[in-house]
Design a protein around this ligand. Structure first.
Ligand code: A2P
Length: 418
């Protein structure tokens, strides 16, 4: 059985694993097998006697093993932690973030998903070990960066509250590349939206703040609002927005709107979500909404980017969705298919989605029949050129563009940032 680690596949001598009943014997250097619903309390008194805990995942959609990994680490377990059973390569990064050191996979899976699938998914974000060792060392620089950001964000305080605008607080910021970041803000109690919609957002750094359309990247049930953005050095909004820190204020207009919503599509069996770059944002909302899976039997999310690092946000959301204790059951890999392709980096799939739709590579790769206008529906989000080219292909498949007032078989979003 190959063991997948951050550096690649490894083999190890056969270890003999025992169940939790071995704890009663007072032995040391234990290697234990545990079920995902094991109580941490059962193990915590014996942490110092355990060398390795192997957590079993019963299905791809079962998120309990991820939660157990996190709980073990939070409770202070510092020994080796292994995930085994039904995991796939796009869950590897998430497993590491939850505190796992490695994943044990079957020989059959290692053949289907060879080493480069897993290593391509290795973490750009820090694992729990890096977080533990690194935080104190980085504090002074982080503090200076925050101070610089704050002074740049508020050169003037001319902003006067506007009637149609909520002032919300930033709760989390994540930077992926020099050009991409996501952030979360508090949600006004009265703010309602349908998954897939966008809203105008701005900053309180001028008398007349600049507002831009941003897709709501989180699902409509979330307690907070999430956004995914490019950083444009001289973009009227993003040059400032890219420097926001936890605790800063972001302005949100009161009304959300948009066409990438279930209401604008006629009912169907498969839903194709075609995105390029940050165009994935409305779809990370839609794939986390249980209503999507009530309306469609299968959802195929595609993202075309230039480089591997640009895929990270989408990969994280898909892994978190699959690991989520409720969504995991309804958005497993048989229901939610995630297809990524790169145009300027090595990757299992390369080339624009438009090419892969025309030559049939997409359908071969995901093992599905081509688009059939009778039962398939599509949503498109990307640059103006991408919308034009992908829209033309959808129409060749017989799909017809819809809107909120006249639902159709495919829809596009034409709201852009900077
Ligand atoms: P490419 O590298 O071949 O230009 P951008 O940042 O320019 O919006 O591009 C994001 C991704 O979308 C890139 O991988 C880019 O590929 C791809 N792309 C750009 N234009 C189109 C288009 N008209 N149809 C499909 N994909 C496109």
């Amino acid at each position: 059985m190959p063991i997948v680690t951050e550096t690649g596949f490894q083999t190890e001598p056969n270890l003999s694993f025992r169940g939790v009943e071995a704890l009663a014997e007072n032995c040391k250097n234990l290697t234990l097998d545990v079920d995902p619903d094991t109580e941490v309390d059962v193990l915590s008194d014996a942490f110092s006697r355990i060398d390795l805990i192997r957590v079993h995942f019963d299905s791809f959609a079962d998120g309990r093993g991820f939660s157990l990994g996190r709980r073990l680490r939070n409770a202070g377990y510092r020994g080796r932690l292994r995930a085994a059973g039904h995991l796939i390569s796009d869950q590897f990064r998430y497993a590491l973030e939850c505190g796992f050191d490695d994943v044990e996979i079957s020989d059959a899976l290692a053949t289907r998903q060879p080493e480069h699938h897993w290593i391509a998914d290795a973490p750009a974000r820090p694992t729990y070990r890096e977080k533990l060792s690194d935080v104190s060392a980085r504090l002074p620089e982080a503090q200076h960066a925050a101070d610089r950001a704050r002074s740049a964000l508020r050169p003037v305080s001319l902003y006067k509250p506007l009637a149609n605008v909520h002032e919300q607080v930033v709760t989390q910021v994540t930077h992926y590349t020099d050009g991409l970041f996501s952030f979360r803000i508090s949600r006004p109690s009265t703010f309602r939206f349908r998954s897939g919609e966008f809203v105008m957002i701005g900053l309180p750094n001028a008398e007349r703040p600049v507002f831009r359309a941003y897709s709501l990247a989180g699902p409509s049930w979330d307690d907070e609002l999430e956004f995914y953005s490019i950083k444009v050095p001289d973009g009227p909004l993003t040059q400032h927005l890219q420097r926001v820190e936890v605790g800063d204020t972001v302005l949100v207009k009161k009304k959300a709107t948009g066409t990438l919503v279930m209401d604008a599509l006629l009912s169907g069996k498969r839903l194709f979500l075609f995105s390029t770059g940050t165009g994935i944002a409305p779809f990370t909302s839609i794939i986390r909404d249980p209503e999507t899976y009530e309306k469609f039997e299968q959802v195929v999310l595609t993202q075309t980017c230039r480089t591997q690092a640009e895929l990270e946000f989408g990969l994280n959301v898909v892994a978190e969705t699959r690991g989520h204790e409720l969504l995991g059951d309804i958005a497993g890999p048989d229901k939610l298919v995630h297809f990524t392709t790169l145009t300027r980096d090595d990757h299992p799939h390369t080339g624009r989605i438009t090419t892969l739709l025309k030559d049939g590579h997409l359908f071969d790769a995901i093992g599905m029949a081509p688009i059939d206008a009778e039962q398939d529906r599509a949503m498109l989000c990307g640059s103006m050129d991408m919308l034009r080219d992908t829209g033309a292909i959808c129409e060749q498949f017989g799909l017809v563009e819809g809107s909120n007032s006249r639902p159709g078989t495919y829809v596009v979003e034409r709201a852009f940032v900077d």
